[in-house]
Design a protein around this ligand. Structure first.
Ligand code: NDP
Length: 254
């Protein structure tokens, strides 16, 4: 009988780091569900690329900043998985979707804080909660934080604080889910050249050069620097890695 591929669900898999994670996880032999917020075409292209690699994939729309969407989303993917695999279970959840905020403490508005809280903490918390029944025992959760929980960069107080909350949440998840042999870890990328924040790390020469100059490996990060590490965590080889914050930054600001 054909062995069933394990399945990873990656939020924000249409672009940037999430796309790279989806491709890396598929390269490791997993099937992949990705979510996107607005860019269905980009998500469909990721699905097509994964299918061309011989793994199954599907994309679903989900605004992870609005928890009122989550029950319907869980029903939709449960029905899809049941139809495709005979079971509504997944093995790995990667909470990656996110947006940027650059605002000094003196200028930050309550609305800006709410937006970042909703997408980077409240959404991560309740999506994980609602997906817990779907995650197979022995599976794993990977949350995406940021180097900015360690490095205080002016303008990133709210963003860095919400990511710090996710790091603490991850240790609680590891503790509470250990009885189900579900691991929870955090990847904290350094500055990576993606569309994030208007593409500033990739497209702003000054910022790009400044980050490269304080990074031991001498350049900013690229999506390819991240996906393989997430794919490793979504594997049995990483079973004994639990409750860890793994910074993947090329040695930024050490
Ligand atoms: P990108 O801007 O390149 O991609 C963002 C992804 O998140 C897209 O797939 C996008 O979907 C999705 N997304 C955006 N808003 C929402 C929403 N409201 N609901 C659901 N999905 C949404 O960002 P990155 O790939 O660079 O960032 C991914 C993660 O990595 C984020 O959590 C970010 O905080 C973190 N990170 C990024 C760093 C960097 O320097 N790039 C450094 C450290 C951490 P769509 O295509 O449909 O818009």
């Amino acid at each position: 009988m054909e062995k069933r591929s394990k399945i990873a669900l990656i939020t924000g898999g249409s672009r940037g780091l999430g796309k790279n994670m989806a491709l890396a996880v598929a390269k490791n032999g997993l099937d992949v569900l990705i979510t996107y917020n607005a860019n269905q075409q980009a998500a469909d292209e990721v699905v097509a690329e994964i299918k061309s690699m011989g793994q199954n994939a599907a994309a679903f729309q989900l605004d992870t900043s609005d928890i009122s969407n989550f029950a319907a989303f869980v029903s939709t993917i449960s029905a899809y998985l049941l139809e495709e695999t005979g079971s509504s279970k997944i093995d790995y959840l990667v909470n990656n979707a996110g947006t940027a905020l650059y605002a000094p403490v003196s200028d930050t508005t309550p609305e800006q804080m709410d937006a970042i809280f909703n997408i980077h903490f409240k959404g991560v918390f309740f999506l994980t909660q609602q997906l817990l029944p779907l995650i197979n025992d022995g599976g794993g959760i990977v949350n995406i934080s940021s180097g900015l929980t360690r490095i205080a960069m002016p303008g990133s107080s709210v963003y860095g604080s919400m990511k710090a909350a996710v790091e603490t949440l991850t240790r609680y998840l590891a503790k509470e889910l250990g009885s189900r042999k579900i691991r929870a870890n955090v990847i904290a990328p350094g500055a990576i050249a993606t569309d994030f924040g208007g593409g500033r790390v990739r497209d702003n020469e000054e910022i790009n050069a400044q980050i490269a100059s304080v990074t031991a490996l001498g350049r900013v990060g690229l999506p390819d620097d991240i996906g393989g590490v997430v794919a490793f965590l979504c594997s049995d080889e990483a079973f004994w890695v639990n409750a860890q914050r793994i910074e993947v930054s090329g040695g930024q600001a050490i």
